[in-house]
Design a protein around this ligand. Structure first.
Ligand code: SAM
Length: 302
């Protein structure tokens, strides 16, 4: 039997990293077999994303599909409030200690949500391993998403040795820590005190001594910080372009801003970015957010 599904095509040598990332994101369709196509693999996934196509996959015989879930370290986050499904996830994945169901949308300034524990240990604390880095996260008290791991890698690969970087909405610090072994110096700021406490712990865990943690509102950074930066990361997608005027004075001429935003059409923020001083702007859709809405990243050369 065969089934048509979305497929992510990737060179075989990068296949295992991609498989792990898709598993964490909860979008790998385990009921279908991976396609081998010359030097490439094609992974079946539940969701459309930029640049992927439909493929015909062979069914994986005897594979019982687990209910859909994302993985964040030892925690699985389910899409449905399904205690029996939670037990089956916990039983099938020895690395898990807890299964959660989100009771609310991501909300508030700190971008957190409330959870019910469906199975396992009653906690929202866990440790995530991502591309050789370790992050302590507390899902109920500070934002963390496994879905951005590929983006963090992409920005890390662009970062040069002598760069000074500002992560304006750092959360528990995954972008800052992913870049720390490459950059010279990183300022990582967030408004949420619990996020900053976890960031400090994560700096210690990853021996990232070139990160300066800052508890501050991004609107005040240009008055607090005496430096200009080579690279700025702005990952607060729901804020639209509100914080861009606070970022532009902090970037040096020739520097790059990576600005994440929720958009409902291609090129939505390009005019505003050019008005503020963006010279070269490229826009990519990172993933779909809801019908008609996309998470986009704008790489802005200033
Ligand atoms: N970059 C992190 C990551 O990838 O996990 C966190 C991104 S999360 C979407 C946005 C973060 O911005 C939250 O941790 C929130 O506390 C912080 N935040 C919201 N408003 C802020 C503000 N005005 N100034 C600084 N941080 C803010």
């Amino acid at each position: 039997m065969t089934t048509e599904q979305w497929g992510v095509r990737i060179p075989t040598k990068k296949g295992e990293d991609m498989r792990q990332a898709l598993l964490r994101e909860g979008i790998l369709d385990l009921t279908l077999k991976v396609l081998h196509d010359g030097d490439n693999l094609v992974f079946p996934v539940f969701e459309e994303r930029e640049g992927i196509s439909r493929y015909v996959f062979e069914d994986q015989p005897g594979r019982i599909a687990l209910p859909r879930h994302e993985l964040v370290g030892g925690i699985a986050i389910m899409q449905e409030n399904d205690p029996a499904g939670a037990d089956s996830i916990l039983a099938s994945r020895p690395s898990l200690h807890t299964v959660l169901f989100p009771e609310s949308e991501i909300s508030g300034e700190y971008r957190t949500r409330e959870y019910t524990v469906l199975a396992g240990t009653a906690t929202t604390l866990t440790e995530v391993n991502e591309h050789g880095h370790r992050y302590k996260v507390d899902l109920a008290n500070a934002y963390f998403s496994a879905r951005l791991s590929t983006e963090r890698q992409r920005i890390a690969e662009k970062t040069g040795n002598n760069e000074c970087v500002l992560d304006m909405f750092t959360g528990v610090g995954p972008f800052a820590i992913a870049l720390a072994s490459r950059a010279a110096f990183i300022v990582a700021a967030d408004l949420n005190p619990r996020a900053v406490l976890l960031l400090i712990e994560n700096i210690r865990k990853n021996k990232a001594g070139n990160i300066l943690p800052v508890l501050a509102d991004a609107r005040r950074l240009r008055r607090i910080l005496p430096w200009q930066f080579d690279r700025i990361i702005m990952n607060l997608p729901l804020a639209g372009t509100d914080f861009l005027p606070d970022a532009f004075p902090l970037i040096r001429p020739g520097g790059t801003i990576h600005f994440y935003s929720l958009v409902s059409r291609e090129g939505e923020h390009i005019d505003r970015i050019r008005e503020l001083g963006g010279i070269e702007v490229t826009e990519r859709m990172v993933r779909s957010y809801s019908p008609g809405q996309w998470h986009a990243v704008y790489d802005i050369k200033v």
